[in-house]
Design a protein around this ligand. Structure first.
Ligand code: GEK
Length: 302
């Protein structure tokens, strides 16, 4: 299916792509709560939006020192401009196996992407998963829909994607709540460390919606930080993760302040809980393909 036949996101979001300019204008007048958006297709850069995005300065090369100095007041972690500017460094130094997971998700997408379908990157941040998928997918008429509710992430993600000349797979980046984006005709859906930020009571509904939107044979790739029911195991993994962060240059103060900032924002669950939920949503084949310390990635195939 061509990108022009893509189901549009539900109300409150705008989705733009070079094939849909007229529809976009119609929608713009229908929905007042417009979000930022961009579409990237190598070789199809004639749209003004993309040209403007090309001018966006890339600011994501800084070293993460957000929690290096003592903070007078601890506020909940947010994916704002400050975080965006250090995000690649932050995630690389905080999530064991992140690079390996990203490149393997590209390989999984290449295997499971179906001709004429959509591949979703939900909670895309700067689009690392989208980039890995577009560099690998060889099926015709596939496109990628990347969603994040942080405007700063989408702004930078668009600028980074605009520089990728390795593939012609179209990518549409949508700034909005992933809960508001329709999932349909999907062969690959990726939640790479995103579900942990969704309220626990909304998680089953989201996984069910993903299951319903997947084509037979389609895959959900779900990566999460996990918790352990047994206190001894939990302590072992948390301490080892802190060692991992220390080995990557974070101080005890940084580790402790970041932990506090994430407390109300990121809710990890056990592996068992995730796997049961995937089965409850309808998936028959559920497996763990990656684990390093308390960070895992699962696959669920429809
Ligand atoms: C990567 N997948 O680099 N709707 C849309 N986006 C959301 C929502 C929501 N409701 N809640 C959180 N986010 C990426 C890494 S980071 C993980 C994902 C981390 C977004 C949020 O803005 C952030 O960009 C992303 O989910 C989580 O492979 O930093 O630990």
């Amino acid at each position: 299916m061509g990108a022009h036949k893509r189901p549009l996101p539900r109300s409150g979001l705008l989705c733009f792509n070079v094939f849909e300019e007229r529809r976009h204008k119609e929608l713009a007048s229908e929905h007042s709560g417009a979000s930022s958006f961009c579409d990237h297709q190598a070789g199809a850069r004639s749209d003004g939006l993309m040209n403007r995005r090309k001018d966006t300065q890339i600011v994501t090369k800084k070293t993460d020192a957000i929690y290096a100095a003592p903070l007078a007041e601890m506020i909940d972690f947010q994916f704002d401009e400050k975080v965006v500017a250090v995000f690649p460094d932050m995630i690389q130094r905080s999530v064991p196996g992140y690079g390996m997971m990203i490149s393997t998700i590209g390989i999984l997408a290449a295997r499971y992407a179906q001709a004429g379908s959509h591949c979703y990157d939900l909670g895309c941040s700067l689009g690392a998963v989208s980039l890995a998928m577009r560099q690998r997918i060889a099926q015709p008429e596939c496109d990628i829909i990347a969603v994040d509710n942080s405007p700063a992430m989408i702004e930078q993600g668009c600028a980074l994607l605009a520089r990728d000349m390795t593939s012609t797979v179209p990518v549409t980046m949508i700034c909005g709540d992933l809960q508001e984006v329709a999932i349909a005709n999907a062969s690959v859906v990726v939640l790479n460390f995103t579900l942990q930020f969704i309220p626990v009571e909304e998680r089953l509904g989201l996984i069910k919606r993903i299951y319903a939107g997947l084509k037979p044979g389609g895959i959900l790739i779900l990566s999460e930080k996990i918790a352990f029911a047994e206190p001894e195991r939990q302590q072992f993994h948390v301490e080892l993760h802190h060692d991992f962060k220390r080995a990557n240059g974070y101080s005890d103060l940084e580790i402790s302040q970041k932990r506090t900032a994430l407390e109300n924002v990121l809710t990890p669950e056990s592996l068992d809980c995730h796997q049961q939920r995937l089965h409850a949503a309808g998936f028959n084949f559920v497996d763990l393909w990656f684990q390093c310390l308390n960070f895992v990635s699962m696959v669920a195939i429809k």
